[in-house]
Design a protein around this ligand. Structure first.
Ligand SMILES: NC(=O)C1=CN([C@@H]2O[C@H](COP(=O)(O)OP(=O)(O)OC[C@H]3O[C@@H](n4cnc5c(N)ncnc54)[C@H](O)[C@@H]3O)[C@@H](O)[C@H]2O)C=CC1
Ligand SMILES: O=C1O[C@H](COP(=O)(O)O)[C@@H](O)[C@H](O)[C@H]1O
Length: 263
């Protein structure tokens, strides 16, 4: 039996998108500061493998991480408008606590939920709204420096740099997924930017599965579906991770799929 994968923030939107599609793909350990109802637990996950804890609680985090081969780290304050004291504690201090426990216990891979907001300031007045449209060829590809939209984006860029530090000094494999806009069922309606960076639930789960299974050193990739509208390249995710997204926001008209076919 393979060693388990620890998923933090398991009760949230991204966590549930992953567990809904990958519930049986791995042996899971789940961590969230909120208790997880039975409806949020995949079949086969034992309550002993569920940790109700804050990610800044070093002792519990270390216990949860110990023996895992990989960590998917989602827990944090996801609000673009989050204030500094919250992102400092939940996103920066919490992520450093996760990395420290991971390297102390010999975890091989660390998958970090970064964000479009780490690079939101590339969306300048002169580029928008054209860059959100299919005929525009502006692309960010993960090699650019962060240009955060807000303090939340600063915390995500800091998480990426923490990963760089722990990779360089402790040899842990790290992939940062700059997630776009995860929306269940259909792309955001009347929101061009959101359609350009839509990540469907099935593509989200597939991408994080590839992050656990692929081999890499230190990577920054974009987490969006294969949208006709896009200003994030997914070439690196395809090449390094074997990401093969199946969804495209252009195939949706509001909440209707153009073929009447929803996966
Ligand atoms: N949903 C999206 O479209 C995007 C999400 N992300 C990132 O993905 C991650 C997950 O986001 P969502 O699932 O949307 O958020 P969410 O708010 O739905 O889920 C976050 C989960 O983490 C838990 N959590 C928060 N702070 C914690 C702490 N200090 N200790 C332990 N647990 C804690 C919460 O209880 C919650 O269950 C976040 O890091 C967010 O920044 C990034 C880009 C886009
Ligand atoms: O990082 C995040 O980004 C998504 C999309 O950003 P938005 O500015 O288009 O709303 C956001 O919904 C999510 O809460 C956040 O964590």
């Amino acid at each position: 039996m393979d060693e388990p994968v620890l998923l933090t923030g398991a009760g949230g939107r991204v966590g549930q998108a992953i567990l809904r599609h990958l519930g049986e793909a791995f042996e899971w350990r789940l961590l969230d500061r909120e208790p997880l109802s039975s409806a949020k637990l995949p079949a086969g996950v034992d309550r002993d493998d569920v940790y109700v804890s804050d990610i800044t609680d070093e002792a519990t985090v270390r216990h949860a991480v110990d023996g895992c081969r990989a960590v998917i780290h989602l827990a944090g304050d996801p609000r673009p408008e989050a204030p500094w004291d919250s992102v400092l504690q939940n996103n920066i201090d919490g992520t450093q606590t996760m990395f420290e426990a991971a390297v102390e216990t010999g975890v091989e891979k660390f998958v970090f939920a970064s964000s479009n907001h780490a690079v939101g300031a590339y969306e300048t007045d002169t580029r928008t709204p054209d860059m959100y449209r299919p005929d525009d060829d502006f692309r960010l590809d993960g090699t650019e420096l962060p240009r955060p939209s807000n303090l939340y984006g600063v915390s995500k860029a800091t998480g990426e740099v923490l990963g760089r530090y722990y990779h360089d000094h402790h040899d842990i494999s790290v992939v940062n997924v700059r997630i776009g806009n995860l929306t269940e069922g259909h792309p955001p309606i009347d929101y061009e930017r959101g359609q350009a960076m839509w990540l469907s639930y099935p593509d989200c789960a597939h991408l994080f599965e590839r992050c656990v299974l692929a081999e890499y050193d230190y990577e920054i990739v974009y987490g969006i579906s294969d949208n006709d509208r896009k200003y994030y390249s997914i070439d690196r995710a395809r090449e390094i991770l074997g990401y093969d997204p199946q969804d495209n926001s252009a195939e949706w008209n509001g909440d209707e799929h153009v073929d009447g076919d929803r996966r």
